[in-house]
Design a protein around this ligand. Structure first.
Ligand code: A2P
Length: 316
């Protein structure tokens, strides 16, 4: 297993179990299967609605002595309706309560977008707080305070473009340690990777397998499949590996962490076994040519006419 190293010596395992879209009644089992099969990194978020069940599973494996807390890496994320200074630490404490933990290893600002506190899913302009009402630096300073209080060992962001990172870095001495973003062969984000590397920010790749279990409303009718891509399949055949293993290995080779989601025992194990695949120069060259700047997660659900967030990824 590879690790991503932090300045204070802490290490994040490069493969983690994703839990977005993992259903209640299944996610707890998946976490236990993962830990019994060598996973030490679990990626969670309050908005996934399943942290309490993950907490039960973690509590059981810790009680059974299968693993010690200090050997696990648990990430969670602040939801968009808790960006106001006074809401950050209570939201983190609720996540800790749900996960039955005393501390997180990593807490991320889930999106550079703020909703009003009583809004779970925004539908109209009035559901958002403007950048002036909830400046990201105020939210960030609370994240740093949470770290100082020992509620989380590391802090970072998610879905931040280089432009947004630059803006945040210009306002703080103590910037994000991690940025979790969508990363896969159709969205290789080379310039963001370069920017993060120059600024000592680790990356975690989400939707590494193309996130095929998203609800239909989030899918473009003609979206390309990563797992069925002919180049990926050919490389997989060449190595006697599965397409998922190639996709996971490609991310870890690029030095990022990666969090494939599965609730299926065989696939959870298969994904961890991607560490045994050795992609070569020629494979990497072919995969490099697949970049289409294609996003599975467009962020469109945050855009209503006239709010502050019309260009989440700063690409227009
Ligand atoms: P399942 O949970 O039934 O295994 P992403 O991590 O990009 O969001 O992708 C998650 C999707 O990929 C889920 O539909 C998940 O289904 C599926 N998946 C996870 N691992 C594999 C695998 N090894 N092979 C094929 N599909 C996989």
């Amino acid at each position: 297993m590879k690790y991503l190293n932090f300045k204070n010596g802490n290490k994040m395992p490069s493969i983690g179990l994703g839990t977005w879209k993992s259903d209640k009644g299944e996610v707890g089992k998946a976490v236990k299967i993962a830990i019994k099969n060598g996973y030490r990194h679990i990626d969670c978020a309050a908005v996934y609605g399943n942290e309490a069940e993950i907490g039960e599973a973690l509590s059981e494996v810790l009680k059974e002595g299968i693993i010690k807390r200090e050997d696990l890496w648990i990430t969670s994320k602040l939801w968009n309706n808790a960006h106001k200074s006074e809401d950050v630490i209570p939201a983190l404490k609720q996540t800790l309560k749900d996960l039955q933990l005393d501390y997180l290893d990593l807490y991320l600002i889930h999106w550079p977008v703020a909703f009003k506190p009583d809004v779970a899913n925004p539908e109209k302009d009035e559901d958002f707080l403007s950048l002036e009402e909830a400046p990201i630096i105020d939210t960030w300073n609370k994240m740093l305070e949470a770290k100082k209080e020992g509620l989380t060992r590391h802090v970072g962001v998610s879905n931040f473009s280089a432009t947004k990172l630059k803006d945040l870095l210009s306002k703080t001495e103590d910037g994000p340690e991690v940025n979790q973003v969508e990363l896969h062969p159709y969205l290789q984000q080379n310039s963001l990777i370069e920017f993060c590397s120059k600024n000592g920010i680790h990356l975690t790749a989400y939707s590494p397998l193309g996130s095929g279990d998203r609800v239909d409303a989030m899918k473009a009718a003609d979206e390309p499949s990563l797992l069925e891509n002919k180049v990926i399949q050919k490389i997989a055949n060449k190595h006697g590996a599965s397409p998922a293993q190639v996709l996971i290995n490609w991310n870890t080779l690029r030095g990022t962490a990666v969090i494939p989601k599965s609730t299926n025992e065989g696939r959870i194990i298969e994904n961890m076994e991607s560490t045994g695949v050795n992609l070569d120069e020629e494979d990497l060259k072919q995969i490099a040519s697949l970049d289409e700047h294609f996003r599975y997660v467009t962020g469109e659900f945050f855009v209503t006419k006239g709010n502050s967030y019309s260009d989440i990824y700063d690409e227009q």
